[in-house]
Design a protein around this ligand. Structure first.
Ligand code: FES
Length: 240
């Protein structure tokens, strides 16, 4: 453990833990959109900016990518930090104007919606990459990826076509901070519109409800090699 100062108060944190998590663990809020404690840090949204003083040098940096170190001083709410976050939010806002969560955060940070080229193509995705990292690091399916660069950068399935790699688990839906990835269960089919993916659902042998994509069951069976799981998946959680 190391000692560090946040907003003038002494705290301890595991050495190397990112500053954002160290602050959150100590009850200090820092706005963030592209960070999840169970995923690698990406530093994409830049809302988690803080001022760090180390060895006499002060720098404005993203707290989700900065490792906690002995004796550093962190300021999470200076005028410079607030201004930088507001400017970042003004870049993000036009991409997800209809997202209630983004609207609320923009209000909190004092950001206004300024005319931007991105607002014309806005589809709610802020390119935070949480869905990509969740699919890769939590699920292990690797079914979505970043494509193109600059203003054309987007998140898509490989070749922008329906990908067999997507198992329809919905992890991307749950981590998306803007709600722009949706999942719909229609009888025996599950649809993830954003990824052009339609999956067949497995039905429970007791209640006949469709409750999990067959691709997700197959994925678990292949991954674990545990044949006993086949019986487990015959019955839905409600009937188990
Ligand atoms: S949460 Fe740190 S850059 Fe997005």
């Amino acid at each position: 453990m190391i000692n560090l100062t946040i907003n003038g108060k002494q705290y301890t944190a595991p050495k190397g833990q990112n500053l954002l998590q160290a602050a959150l663990d100590n009850g200090i809020e820092i706005p963030h959109l592209c960070y999840h404690e169970n995923l690698s840090s990406y530093g994409g949204c830049r809302l988690c900016l803080v001022e760090v003083t180390k060895g006499g040098k002060v720098e404005l940096t993203t707290s989700c990518t900065y490792p906690a170190d002995q004796g550093i001083q962190v300021e999470t709410n200076t005028p410079k930090v607030r201004k930088a976050r507001r400017l970042m939010m003004e870049l993000i806002l036009p991409m997800a104007l209809n997202s209630p969560k983004i609207q609320a955060l923009a209000r909190e940070l004092g950001a206004e919606c300024l005319p931007s080229p991105s607002s014309k193509k806005a589809d709610g995705c802020i390119k935070c990459g949480l869905c990509v990292r969740a699919c890769e690091e939590l699920v292990g399916a690797n079914s979505i990826t970043f494509s193109s660069k600059g203003s054309e950068r987007k998140i898509v399935p490989p070749f922008e076509e329906e990908s067999e790699k997507c198992i329809g688990c919905g992890t991307c839906v749950h981590v998306c901070p803007t709600g722009c990835i949706t999942m719909e269960d229609l009888g025996r089919k599950r649809k993830l519109k954003r990824w052009n993916r339609v999956l067949n659902m497995k039905t429970c042998t007791k209640c006949s409800n469709a409750y999990i994509p067959t691709a997700q069951v197959d994925f678990y069976l292949n991954r674990t090699g545990d044949a006993a799981l086949e019986d487990w998946f015959k019955v839905c959680p409600d009937c188990r």
